[in-house]
Design a protein. Structure first.
Lengths: 332, 338
């Protein structure tokens, strides 16, 4: 697993273990569901699990990227719904939808740039900066669009392909999630920029003192996470023919954060990677799928989900007790 | 000269008569009761606390009410909590403190505002509930007969999913928010139909939270378990397009019947034409808004009547809309109402 240096051995151990715990729980659930539920192990259901977590997973890859750099991006859901809604809105003026999507991407990148500048240069703590920006972005969208639900034009071939197409039997939404995750994994592990993100996240002051361009790195992170959020929004629009801006009011952003933390990317930054995000995403996917098949009520689903997630964190805390050094950098 | 004087006199007399006639005719054409009506509603203050103004039905209602308010001189203020229950409670408390003549409320669930509505009535404020009821009954409720709605939707599925030609007897209920009035009462109607048709098999009962992507995910999972699924019923057309997308992705549009309800907006008709939905029980939000406007006038005209002393209920129209009649007034656009 990628880390920022040799001094991180202890943290590497902690993170790997949490990931192992999560993977182990996923495997146990998978075996139990496969043994007890009809059709759980079918190819169709496995694809359905992946398809159902593709949006959550894509968002979590973007969030993980920011968290590795010791940031947090609570604007992701707001940027996702408003970016796509903006594209659909301007396409109703008669602008070609593809061009409208490009305009939406530019808008989203600009929002990401602004967030990055607020965090990196104005030095507003990321949790407050992104919380405030999320609210303003959603609020502006809410005023401009009037309706919560915006439908994309019905005859856009590529958008239909994103929603219903498949490559080698794998749905496009999963392919896009896989591609975003793979690109991010390679980027973090193989490029110099990726290593700099770890360095910045591990110890921003040391990184800066050694002459690393920490501010541009942080700004770039927020731009990329905004664009990834936009990509997730396009997947959603392809899947359900429109975008529902009320998602901003749902617990989606916390689910995204949960997947990241659960997978083992510490909020203190500098540790973890895409593999952790995938581990967390798959656990949530298996759990939700099994409970939907079992037709558990909403309340009991939430209860079981919280208990299992809390259990994962508790097991990790027992296996890897925190000492002064590991807790020094602290959670938020 | 004499002739001129005579003419002048005649002219003046004629004018005087004409004037008198005009005064008389003005008195005769004053519509009976109109002055009293305008006097009753003019300058009154109405506050509306919705669930969220972003929904199509809310936009239709407020457009209709604003038109009435502008024409007859009462004020309508919308305090939009935008789906946030806590903000809604604050909006309600604020509204009660301002002592308006009437509060209109769309309840997010049956409990949250129950005590606040009692407080409002005790403070002498009349309360009109629209479409989503509270456990507390107030002066008036205008909206859907949700039990009937549940009966109609499950009844529609019973037509397709019982008997020897049905693909199976398996049906799904994609709920909204489980504590909401629509959900609770629809469930009563559903249970009645299920009892009358014991062969119907309810294989999944999950809330999609009025969100299309969630409806899509549940439907996709359920279709894996029950590839021979016969029907799906839901609670809002804008959410069930997600179920339609999952059914379309599985290539089962001919097999699975999707029934839902909606405000009757053109977007719902588009979804029927795209094959994402089969039947929408359309409760025509603009007409609902007009019925509520009648109630607003009624409640404002009788300030002497004590708040909560008379309780009335008005159920709005429900039209079954499918491919054959997804046109005209069954598919309104916001600009049509203005």
């Amino acid at each position: 697993m990628p880390g920022s240096g040799q001094s991180n051995d202890r943290r590497l151990g902690l993170k790997a273990s949490q990931e192992v715990v999560v993977v182990a729980i996923s495997v146990v659930l998978f075996v139990v569901f496969s043994a007890t539920l009809n059709n759980f192990l079918s190819q169709g259901n496995i694809i359905a699990i992946l398809k159902n977590v593709s949006i959550l997973g894509t968002l979590a890859v973007g969030m993980g990227f920011v968290v590795v750099g010791r940031g947090i991006d609570l604007t992701m859901v707001a940027v996702m719904v408003v970016g796509v809604a903006f594209s659909i809105w301007i396409s109703t003026w008669g602008i070609d939808f593809t061009l409208a999507v490009i305009c939406g991407a530019i808008l989203v990148a600009a929002i990401g740039l602004f967030t990055g500048v607020m965090v990196a240069i104005a030095e507003v703590p990321p949790i407050f900066a992104t919380l405030a920006i999320a609210s303003s972005v959603y609020g502006s969208g809410r005023i401009v669009f009037a309706s919560d639900v915006l439908y994309a034009p019905p005859d856009i071939a590529w958008l239909k392909f994103v929603g219903n197409g498949s490559v080698l039997g794998i749905p496009m939404s999963v392919v896009i999630f896989g591609a975003v995750a793979a690109l991010m994994g390679l980027f973090l592990r193989k490029t110099r920029f990726g290593r700099l993100v770890y360095a910045t996240g591990d110890n921003p002051n040391a990184a800066r003192t050694t002459g690393l361009p920490t501010r541009p790195i942080i700004v770039t992170q927020y731009v990329i996470s905004a664009l990834i959020a936009f990509t997730a929004g396009i997947i959603m629009t392809g899947l359900v023919t429109g975008i529902d801006t009320r998602l901003y009011n749902s617990s989606l952003i916390y689910d995204v954060l949960l997947v990241v933390v659960l997978g083992g990317i510490g909020l203190s930054g500098g540790q973890g990677g895409v593999r952790n995000v995938i581990a967390g995403t798959i656990l949530v996917g298996i759990l939700t799928n099994g409970m939907t098949i079992l037709n558990f009520s909403y309340t009991s689903q939430n209860l079981i989900k919280s208990v299992i997630l809390l259990g994962a964190l508790a097991i990790d805390a027992i296996i890897n007790p925190r000492d002064e050094q590991t807790s020094q950098s602290g959670d938020i | 000269m004499k002739l001129f004087k005579k003419c002048l006199l005649a002219g003046m007399t004629a004018l005087a008569f004409l004037g008198a006639a005009q005064v008389a005719s003005a008195q005769e054409t004053d519509q009976v009761g109109r002055a009293a009506y305008i006097d009753g509603v003019k300058g009154k203050k109405v506050i509306f606390v919705p669930i969220s103004q972003g929904m199509d039905l809310n936009q239709a209602w407020v457009m209709v009410w604003q038109r009435h308010a502008a024409r007859y001189g009462f004020t309508l203020e919308v305090r939009d909590p935008n789906g946030d229950t806590n903000a809604g409670i604050r909006a309600m408390q604020g509204a009660i403190a301002e002592k308006p003549d009437l509060i209109i409320v769309q309840n997010p669930d049956v409990q949250t505002y129950a005590r606040l509505l009692k407080q409002a009535q005790a403070a002498g404020i009349k309360v009109l509930q629209v479409n989503m009821q509270s456990a507390t009954q107030t002066d008036s409720y205008v909206g859907n007969d949700w039990i009937e709605m549940g009966r109609l939707e499950m009844g529609e599925l019973a037509k397709h999913c019982t008997g020897p030609n049905a693909v199976s007897h398996k049906v799904v209920w994609l709920a909204g928010v489980q504590t909401g009035a629509a959900n609770i009462y629809m469930r009563t109607g559903i249970d009645e139909v299920l009892k009358a048709n014991p062969e119907l098999q309810l294989v999944s009962d999950q809330p999609a939270d009025y969100i299309s992507e969630k409806a899509r995910q549940i439907t996709e999972t359920v279709l894996q378990q029950h590839p021979d699924l016969c029907g799906i019923m839901g609670i809002w057309d804008n959410a069930e397009v997600g179920a339609g997308a999952a059914v379309a992705a599985a290539g089962k549009q001919d097999q699975v019947t999707i029934v839902t309800n909606g405000a009757g907006a053109a977007t719902g008709c588009e979804s029927i034409k795209n094959g994402l939905l089969d039947v929408i029980f359309n409760f025509n939000a603009p007409i609902q808004g007009e019925i509520a406007a009648q109630q607003i006038s009624e409640l404002l005209q009788h300030p002497d009547r004590k708040a909560g002393s008379e309780k009335t209920i008005f159920f709005g129209p429900i039209t079954r809309v499918d491919k054959t009649n997804a046109t005209g007034r069954n598919c309104w656009k916001p600009e049509d109402i203005k």
